[in-house]
Design a protein around this ligand. Structure first.
Ligand code: BDR
Ligand code: CA
Length: 311
């Protein structure tokens, strides 16, 4: 059993990641969900996180609003991918459950201080603003973190929001730099992996065929944001980026990668937010992250479908 905090900016693929975690109570205990500004502004991500909890029948999960803007720059959002609400694709009721009063960053700090050291894993699925703010404000929590498994960055796939940068890192590179220099054990799911987690027609049909509300909603979400990647990459189906983080906790054998040095470009106007990953180990910079490179896609979708069938 692993205790986690999901830090997120839902986002349809964030939503599927949350569902996957909540479908796996034997392996994962979700201590709370902290929302951050990213795909859409904070008011929407903190609302969407609660919509997803209620869809899963888990209005008991505490949801906190975190930072509403990146550390140093204005917020860049991705409505062009996720739609105006961030969860476009199928209408869902407004949440009944309330946001917690505490700030998301305080929840991260308090939880890491309250739980035994080395027992809480952070799972960031959006820009790293909340995590970096927590680490900066309370440096004592760094050594208490069991691990940070995050979706962000790219090496071989380079970028999706600019030619050089992946969205989550691009939105807040200064925060990413804090996290990658924190000394905590970091596992990265970059685009190199998540672009292999393509939800093809057959895979989406299998979710719809579950005949459940969750199956129908997930199928409608992925139908919606598939249009964007199809147009852009000509790929068959949408990449389920963020669920890779949770799948890794459940079945790490589905992924392979390298323990390498990863630095974040924060200066250059052209390559801001680039993850400069020393995949080929051509520098003597000290490794600070396990950077995944490959995924067993059929195994990933088997895991996702059988877990979501539990709802
Ligand atoms: C990441 O950006 C967001 O649009 C997705 O939710 C994912 O976390 C992919 O670049
Ligand atoms: Ca996300």
């Amino acid at each position: 059993m692993r205790k986690i905090i999901i830090d997120t900016d839902p986002g349809q693929d964030d939503a599927v990641a949350i569902l996957l975690a909540l479908a796996s109570p034997d392996e994962i205990e979700v201590l709370g969900i902290t929302a951050v500004a990213g795909n859409v502004p904070l008011a929407l991500t903190s609302k969407n996180a609660r919509i997803v909890c209620e869809l899963a029948g888990r209005s008991d999960i505490p949801v906190f609003a975190g930072c509403d803007r990146p550390l140093a720059h204005t917020l860049v959002t991705a409505e062009h991918v996720h739609g105006k609400t961030g969860l476009d694709g199928i209408p869902l009721p407004d949440p009944q459950m309330k946001l917690q009063d505490r700030h998301g960053v305080d929840f991260i700090i308090d939880t890491l201080r309250a739980e035994p050291p080395g027992t809480v894993t952070l799972c960031p699925l959006g820009p790293l603003t909340n995590i970096a703010t927590a680490l900066t404000r309370a440096p004592d929590i760094g050594p208490r973190i069991a691990g940070i498994v995050l979706m962000g960055g790219a090496y071989f796939e380079v970028g999706n929001i600019t030619p050089a940068a992946e969205f989550n890192i691009y939105v807040d590179p200064e925060a990413a730099q804090v996290v990658f220099h924190s000394g905590a054990p970091i596992t990265v799911m970059p685009l190199d992996v998540t672009h292999k987690a393509l939800i093809t027609r057959d895979r989406n049909d299998a979710l719809r065929a579950l005949g459940t509300r969750v199956g129908a909603v997930v199928a409608a979400w992925t139908d919606f944001f598939e249009r964007f990647d199809k147009e852009k990459y000509g790929s068959e189906g949408a990449p389920l980026h963020d669920p890779c983080v949770i799948a890794y906790l459940l079945a790490p054998e589905l992924f392979t990668g390298r323990h390498i040095n990863v630095e974040i470009e924060t200066q250059s106007a052209l390559t801001r937010g680039m993850t400069v990953a020393d995949w080929w180990r051509v520098t003597d910079r000290v490794p600070n992250a396990t950077f995944m490179g490959d995924l067993d896609a059929p195994g990933f979708f088997e895991l996702l479908t059988t877990r979501l069938a539990r709802f």
